[in-house]
Write a protein that binds this ligand. Sequence first.
Ligand SMILES: CC(C)(COP(=O)(O)OP(=O)(O)OC[C@H]1O[C@@H](n2cnc3c(N)ncnc32)[C@H](O)[C@@H]1OP(=O)(O)O)[C@@H](O)C(=O)NCCC(=O)NCCS
Length: 147
Amino acid sequence: MNIEVERLNATDVDDLIELEHACFEYHWSRDQFLLGLERGAFIILGTRTDGVLSGYIAISIIKDEMEILNLAVRSEFRKHGLATALLKHAFTICKESGVAKGFLDVKVSNAPAIELYQKFGYKQIGVRKKYYPDTKEDALLFRVDFV
Ligand SMILES: CC(C)(COP(=O)(O)OP(=O)(O)OC[C@H]1O[C@@H](n2cnc3c(N)ncnc32)[C@H](O)[C@@H]1OP(=O)(O)O)[C@@H](O)C(=O)NCCC(=O)NCCS
């Protein structure tokens, strides 16, 4: 399957909010999306399937560090390589921008995401106890080096 990844902007916020609500209990608000996009605080990439926003990744790049802020694929479109395509595109942006390393945190129970990130070379470097406000779960802190 040929997966097209596109850069999203403020006109995609309604679609992003719908996707967030479909994927997460604790989700970003319209203002969080708009502030981040309009101020250039983060980059959001998305995939569309049959005209529907099927997945997105939000990253921030500060100096030579990239952080994955969020990544989600609609449940009906999972296991078709969409998250892989989004991550590959984000990694290409990082390499072209001279980013040296990437960080992220992930819930300790999130086996699909952990497996995905490990495939991209992320390695665990720490644990943040009871990090998440919704479930009080521990966060695993992961790092990858681009150079
Ligand atoms: C994690 C998530 C983004 C993966 O999206 P996806 O499009 O299904 O992922 P892909 O199809 O690109 O899968 C790539 C690899 O990830 C891993 N993976 C994906 N889903 C998995 C699952 N249910 N169980 C185990 N590993 C899984 C596998 O290694 C997979 O490779 P494979 O297909 O060769 O087995 C998706 O499950 C999701 O949106 N989950 C809810 C939101 C979330 O947890 N986001 C991450 C926040 S840190």
